[in-house]
Design a protein around this ligand. Structure first.
Ligand code: NAP
Length: 493
């Protein structure tokens, strides 16, 4: 199936995200025949560039960031020939009418689909959408993709949503969270709702705890100024981690339509128990990295990063013991963790099942870690169900055996990166993997009390050594309940 779109307009076309993710994703879709022949790509930003100068930048980005795409020289030339540039100031204050000039470059056919991707700061979303609306560009098949972060708290997110909704229908707004585009997130839906054996176990009766951990080895790179104003809670928990929680914990939707799925996801976000200030101190650990070593290489501490004030109190690590107040999950902790400059780069969802009620094999057979389902999103995607089995040989010695449930590995089908999948979904008008306004609002409602408690607690920020798994308090958060993070189990067995 090829996309119905004709034109992809990328606001922020010269920016970091465009270079590293969006343009390579678009090129991959092109090389793999997923775009229509009449497709056009227009980059937009304030810098004065000709079409040719922008094409050169696109070619450079592809050379650096699209090495896995394997396009031929002919395909690259063909892609560049479809690429143009529009000099646009979102505020339209340059004296010339930038948006009118853009409109004149777009096909007049009412069937034509135009996707406006806003890879710009959130302060620019509203001016861009207002200008698009004033110039009649959001009618018909127009769609708008907005990047995270959408707001800084519940109030600002609501304001942005209201402003977007003034000019756009909800089904024209594609709030992107690239974690939802990962193959394994969709596979989780398939595992849960297309099999009979898992769903009966998917509840408080059989599940001990759920852990969702996204660890990064990188620091703040060139984005210290942005990160310091944002912190890990806003940058990772409010969006990626909570989206993963909602997919893991949702009830079976009535069908696989976008709104049926999103109806169930939002119920989970609303059922997340809100923290009192006291509970924030007891159930949430926040940390900031100091100098250390990652993969044997020395790295500086957060407060010495470019763009970060030396007195910064921004958290680069968060671990949370969350709970969901509903019949399925009452009493099951959801341990959420994310951090920068950690020991390894990994994004993983672990469902720890309850231990067997009694072991007939006795203690001599080694520790019996209970069954677990591990869905790895990064660095490689995989799904493994860990079970106990007998080691071959005399007597009975039990060990952990992983059943690999990742069928894509065995098939020849192409792995589609998350940005490419989501761009194509937006082009096809499929909203399933995009975040609805009520989901976003519910996520912020849960985050707000945490931020407020932190604002009133100057002492709570712990430090951790770069290259570690975060502050010791994050281990204690689980240990006090007889649990441990995945890597701690591995080390202890
Ligand atoms: P960036 O490198 O600073 O790029 C910003 C882009 O916006 C540039 O192309 C800039 O070009 C353009 N721009 C700025 N002001 C403008 C205006 N008034 N009118 C028109 N264009 C304007 O930022 P980024 O890192 O790519 O991030 C873009 C957005 O994506 C942000 O909301 C960010 O939070 C989000 N995001 C980024 C990443 C990432 O890894 N970089 C990841 C997830 C989400 P000119 O200055 O020439 O106008």
């Amino acid at each position: 199936m090829s996309a119905l779109m004709s034109t992809f307009v990328l606001f922020g076309g010269t920016g970091d995200l465009a270079k590293r993710k969006i343009i390579p994703a678009l090129y991959s879709a092109f090389v793999n025949g997923r775009l229509t022949p009449n497709f056009r790509f227009i980059g937009a930003a304030r810098e004065g560039l000709s079409d040719e100068e922008f094409q050169l930048r696109v070619a450079n980005s592809l050379q650096t960031y699209a090495s896995k795409v394997n396009g031929s020289a002919e395909q690259l030339s063909a892609f560049l020939a479809l690429t143009g540039y529009a000099k646009i100031d979102a505020h339209n204050k340059t004296g010339t009418d930038d948006f009118e000039a853009l409109k004149n470059r777009l096909p007049k056919d009412p069937e034509h689909t135009c996707l406006f991707y806003l890879a710009v700061g959130p302060d620019i979303f509203i001016p861009v959408v207002e200008q698009l609306a004033q110039h009649g560009l959001v009618e018909g098949n127009a769609r708008v993709v907005v990047e995270k972060p959408l707001g800084r708290d519940a109030k600002s997110a609501k304001e942005i949503n209201q402003a977007l909704r003034t000019h756009l229908k909800e089904n024209q707004i594609y709030r992107i969270d690239h974690y939802l585009g990962k193959e394994m997130v969709q596979n989780l839906l398939a595992l849960r709702f297309a099999n009979s054996f898992l769903e009966p176990l998917w509840n408080r009766k059989w599940i001990q705890d759920v852990q969702i951990s996204i660890s990064e080895q990188v620091g703040v790179e060139t984005r210290g100024d942005f990160y310091d104003k944002t912190g890990a809670l806003r940058d990772m928990v409010q969006n990626h981690l909570l989206q993963l929680v909602s997919i893991v914990a949702m009830e079976p939707p009535v069908n696989a339509n976008p709104d049926a799925i999103r109806d169930e996801k939002v119920k989970v976000l609303r059922a997340l128990r809100k923290f009192t200030p006291d509970e924030v101190a007891k159930k949430i650990v926040r940390g900031q990295y100091r100098a250390g070593a990652v993969d044997g290489q020395p790295v500086i501490g957060y407060q010495n990063e470019a763009g970060v004030p030396t007195s910064s109190r921004a958290e680069t690590f968060v671990a949370i013991r969350a709970e969901i107040d509903n019949w399925r999950w009452a009493g099951v902790p959801f341990y959420l963790r994310t951090g920068k400059r950690m020991a390894s780069r990994c994004a993983e969802i672990t469902i720890n099942f309850k231990p067997i009620p009694y072991s007939i094999f006795g203690k001599a057979q080694g520790p019996l870690r209970s069954n677990r389902l591990v869905i790895t999103l990064q660095p490689e995607e995989s799904v493994q169900l860990f079970m106990k089995a007998k080691e071959p040989g005399e007597g009975i010695r039990l060990s952990d055996v992983a059943l690999n449930l990742d069928f894509a590995e065995a098939s020849n089908s192409r792995r589609v990166e998350s940005y490419e999948r989501l761009l194509l979904d937006a082009l096809h008008g499929d909203l399933t993997l995009f975040v609805r306004d009520d989901e976003l609002g519910a996520a912020w409602e849960w985050i707000d009390p945490i931020m407020q408690a932190w604002d009133n607690d100057a002492e709570g920020l712990k430090s951790y050594i770069a290259g570690s798994w975060g502050p010791a308090a994050a281990s204690y958060l689980l240990a006090q309940h007889g649990a441990a993070w995945g890597e701690e189990y591995v080390e202890n067995i």
